[in-house]
Ligand binder design. Sequence first.
Ligand SMILES: [Zn+2]
Length: 193
Amino acid sequence: MILPIRAYGDPVLKKVAQDIEPGHPGLEQLIADMYETMYAANGVGLAAPQIGQSLRLFVVDASPFAEDEEGKPTEDAHLKDFKKVFINPYIVEEEGEEWPFEEGCLSIPNIREEVFRLPRIVLQYQDEQFKEHEETFDGFAARVIQHEHDHLDGVLFTDHLPPLRRRLLQGKLKDISRGKTDAKYKMRFTPTK
Ligand SMILES: [Zn+2]
């Protein structure tokens, strides 16, 4: 089932999400719905707070970046298998020299801004069977995880922008929270005062 994506301004996007216990009711369906919702919106990642569930869970699928239009491997060919569910993820290490990348977010349609992040992370997480993992990610994969992991701590990519840049975006962000956007997917809005 495709779920509406919560827009900028929804209080659930500012909350710190709760850990998930094994046997969480409806978890399998929730994960399936999150994939369906993400694909319908052409997203690379989707975090549970973005569909209104304040839970430490996100899904990613960066495999489209592994091939060009003709199906030939790109320089990101290692992303071919980067389709994953992350349960209770925690970044335990971040290292390297920060690098810029233009990020966007399904909760903030049609805004892209350069965000600086460190290139390498160590992530602890559980898979769908609640098996523990500790894994190193770098480059684009690390970038996607850092963005989604932020959602679980109530942080949006706009929070990383320099104050002036953020001030310049205020009007556009307010418009989004009021539903003034032409996003091509289903959204839910909570206007801010
Ligand atoms: Zn996002």
